[in-house]
Design a protein around this ligand. Structure first.
Ligand code: MYR
Length: 131
């Protein structure tokens, strides 16, 4: 169900979320228009991800339940994993710089992919449409 290429359509509370993450105004303004595109390919419990934005292009792979490393576009390093709960992908990632946890959930809602983010009491969503 997650398979395919998803292009960000809109965001909710994403600026506040990035502010809580400690991202400065200039970077937040750029990130608001990052044209993020994510391609997901699932094969059993393995996922291959291609991420393309105005900041960078990167590819990674992860296995459900297995910890991996991921860096945000600003260089912030995270370590964590995704698990499947029902039809939802749930991620829990710890920031290496401060030990705080960022959680994120991917859900298919209608024909959209909704990704929710939570960090230190602030929640945001980014909603993607099939590219
Ligand atoms: C992937 O499945 O796309 C790779 C792993 C993603 C890890 C968690 C993503 C959190 C992104 C937070 C973005 C907000 C930055 C302030």
């Amino acid at each position: 169900a997650f398979n395919g290429t998803w292009k960000v359509d809109r965001s909710e509370n994403y600026d506040k979320f990035m502010e809580q993450m400690g991202i400065n105004l200039v970077k937040r303004k750029l990130a608001a228009h990052d044209n993020l595109k994510i391609t997901l390919e699932q094969d059993g419990d393995k996922f291959h991800v291609k991420e393309v934005s105005t900041f960078r292009t990167l590819e990674l792979a992860f296995t459900l339940g297995v910890t991996f490393e991921y860096s945000l576009a600003d260089g912030t390093e995270l370590s964590g994993s995704w698990v499947m709960e029902g039809d939802a992908l749930k991620g829990s990632f710890v920031r290496k710089d401060n030990g705080k946890t960022l959680t994120t959930v991917r859900n298919i809602v209608g024909d959209e992919l909704v990704q929710s983010y939570s960090y230190e009491g602030v929640e945001a969503k980014r909603i993607f449409k099939r590219a």
